[in-house]
Design a protein around this ligand. Structure first.
Ligand code: HEC
Length: 99
């Protein structure tokens, strides 16, 4: 690690904590919603004719979320999409689709 004085390590912690929490959030939401009751990791693959970009991934997440009444807000669906993208799909461009 770098040598940090107290002030800069505090800044570092304040900066990094939300990043860690938010990357965890999608995973937590996904697990809590029991999405894997119907899915397995094979379902989440980049396929030419189906989910082939991040936008489509978000749409699929949204339709499954609505279909299963998990009560997610847009923000939650975005987090879950980011989680699935990171873990399975690996789409290059992740458009910042904040509302
Ligand atoms: C009741 C069963 C069921 C549950 C629970 C469910 N899904 Fe789905 N999901 C499906 C089905 C069926 C499809 C395939 C629809 C199709 O043919 O495009 C699908 C498709 C998807 C896809 C697109 C997969 C791809 O690459 O083609 C994603 C992403 C997805 N679901 C996410 C979720 C998430 C997130 C949850 C948790 C909120 C969830 N699903 C819960 C049944 C379910």
């Amino acid at each position: 690690m770098f040598y940090l004085n107290n002030k800069s390590s505090l800044c570092f912690i304040l900066f990094i904590t939300p990043l860690i929490l938010s990357s965890q959030e999608g995973e937590n939401l996904f697990n809590e919603a029991k999405c894997m009751a119907c899915h397995n990791s094979q379902d989440f693959k980049k396929r030419k004719e189906k989910v082939n970009n991040f936008k489509r991934l978000q749409k699929s997440v949204a339709s499954c979320a609505f279909g299963n009444n998990v009560g997610w807000f847009d923000e939650d669906m975005h987090e879950v999409s980011k989680y699935l993208n990171k873990r399975y799909y690996h789409f290059k461009k992740v458009p910042l689709q904040r509302d």
